[in-house]
Design a protein around this ligand. Structure first.
Ligand SMILES: [Zn+2]
Length: 491
């Protein structure tokens, strides 16, 4: 007995002590092999041994992973982390999901000076490994600005030089975002030329394709062509099919990818890990812009809502807003586009059945267009509209009549003069009445008999008693929002 023990001590003395020993886990090695039950010893940040390790394997800390999966850290290939890495260098959001390496610079948008970017990453001691693509959009913008044309040969050489220096700095490939400005102005040969530079350094081509809806098949062919002509692997970013008319075309797309792979082209895809995508109600935005310019009647909103309901399943709601990243930068702030209707329209878009969105700086009444591809500053000025948006969004959040997708809640359009829009949203006794006036004089709405009762004005907090057929005046470019809570039931 003494002898056996003595031998075990010799073995233990020869095996370097592990910092961490993970016992009895279900080991997935990441190559696609079937799992095995086993142990993993880690020392000085490296895996020292894997398999059925002796019971007396020396270790500082032993973790029992019985019933749990043990896998190498996951790689998140699409993150857009720029600007967040310094805010949260511990990257808990990734670490807790098991992600230990992230790729950024996707969709044509990265830091242009990657050498400096990697220095920043290193000095911030971020918990995850970071790799970046070089964004075609940034390369193009550095040479051509936002010019809507192809590059001259000389310009293209400068773009190639930028890709070359990014690849030398350690970029893992070239990314494109062909729905965005200025990526969308590039034709395929330009992408091929730049992808060839990435190929020389062993990089890949990752693309947010030119189209992810009706023309997705053409967009996919373009991506494959870049891969073939530049001789490098292609990664289709967030492969999707948007628009209900395209749902179900997945099989055809995957078949095309399989065919490409069968004939030897290296092409892979990634996807969002959720089935939904959220999107702006851009059609509504353009419609509301033209209503405020006096080019469309408010009645066009009814037609829009009907069309939207017919286009999407009943459980689908779009994001309604008065400003967004794209709209603010390219079309102008809500004050430029909507003038005195800016807040009135915010009320309308927050309370119609949809998902309200407030864009950065709106609570500061931001009067400038933010730069699109570069970091920009918002002057917050003590948040002049904080109270306005807080009241509006808290109402949306707390009021039962405003909950989307509740089959018991009703949306009723109330008759109102041209240039105004009035509606009731009701759930049992609870109701919200919204009146917006997009004209430059006061307007009077006669309420239907069913709207009678005791309400509270959401913005003035005053109590309002509504008689049947009550007349309500709404100031020019103004709004009234009245709410009624369900009768309190005492337990
Ligand atoms: Zn993208």
């Amino acid at each position: 007995m003494m002898w056996v023990l003595g031998l075990a001590q010799v073995v233990a003395a020869q095996t370097p002590r592990a910092d961490i020993l993970i016992r009895n886990g279900r080991l997935y090695d990441g190559t696609g092999n079937a799992w095995i039950i086993g142990d993993v010893a880690v020392r000085a940040g490296r895996i020292e041994a894997v398999g059925r390790l002796p019971a007396d394997y020396p270790a500082e800390t032993v973790l029992d992973a019985r019933g749990l999966a043990v896998a190498p850290g996951f790689i998140d290939v699409h993150t857009h982390i720029e600007d967040d890495e310094l805010r949260q260098p511990t990257a808990d959001n990734f670490i807790y999901d098991g992600v230990t390496t992230v790729i950024t610079g996707n969709c044509g948008s990265s830091r242009l000076d990657l050498r400096r970017y990697f220095q920043v990453i290193d000095s911030a001691r971020i918990s995850v490994n970071v790799a970046s693509l070089i964004g075609h959009g940034n390369v193009r913008k550095a040479v051509l600005g936002r010019a809507r044309r192809g590059p001259s040969e000389e310009e293209l050489r400068r773009m190639e030089a930028l890709v070359d220096s990014a690849m030398r700095a350690g970029a893992v490939g070239l990314s494109s975002g062909l729905i965005y400005v200025p990526g969308t102005y590039a034709r395929t040969p330009e992408l091929v030329r730049l992808a060839r530079v990435a190929a020389r350094h062993g990089g890949l081509y990752a693309t947010h394709m030119r189209n992810e809806g009706d023309s997705v098949a053409f967009a996919l062919e373009e991506a494959l062509r870049v891969g073939r002509e530049a001789a490098l692997p292609v990664q289709i970013s967030h492969l999707k099919l948007s628009g209900p008319q395209n749902w179900g075309r997945t099989a055809g797309l995957l078949e095309r990818l399989e065919t490409a792979r069968r004939v030897g082209q290296e092409v892979t895809i990634d996807q969002y890990p959720y089935t939904a995508s959220s999107t702006y109600a851009l059609r509504l935005r353009y419609l509301l812009d033209s209503i405020s310019r006096g080019q469309q009647p408010t009645a066009a909103i009814d037609k829009y809502l009907q069309v939207e309901r017919a286009r999407y399943p009943a459980s689908t709601y779009l994001m309604y807003f008065t400003s967004s990243h794209d709209i603010n930068s390219w079309d102008g702030t809500e004050y430029e586009r909507l003038g005195p209707d800016a807040q009135t329209q915010a009320v309308l878009t927050a309370l119609l059945p949809g998902i309200p969105m407030v864009y950065s700086g709106q609570e500061a009444a931001l009067k400038k267009r933010l730069r699109f591809f570069d970091k920009d500053t918002i002057p917050w000025n003590d948040y002049p509209l904080q109270d306005f948006y807080t009241r509006l969004l808290q109402l949306k959040k707390r009021h039962p009549a405003l909950r989307n997708g509740d089959p018991c809640s009703q949306f009723t359009r109330l008759p109102s003069p041209t240039g105004t829009y009035a509606f009731a949203r009701k759930k049992d006794e609870a109701a919200v009445l919204t009146f917006v006036n997009l004209t430059n004089k006061p307007q009077t709405v006669t309420l239907p008999a069913t709207a009678a009762g005791r309400f509270q004005d959401v913005f003035s907090a005053a109590t309002v008693e509504l008689e049947p057929q009550q007349k309500l005046t709404v100031p020019a470019h103004g709004w009234r929002v009245l709410e009624k809570q369900a009768a309190q039931t005492t337990p």
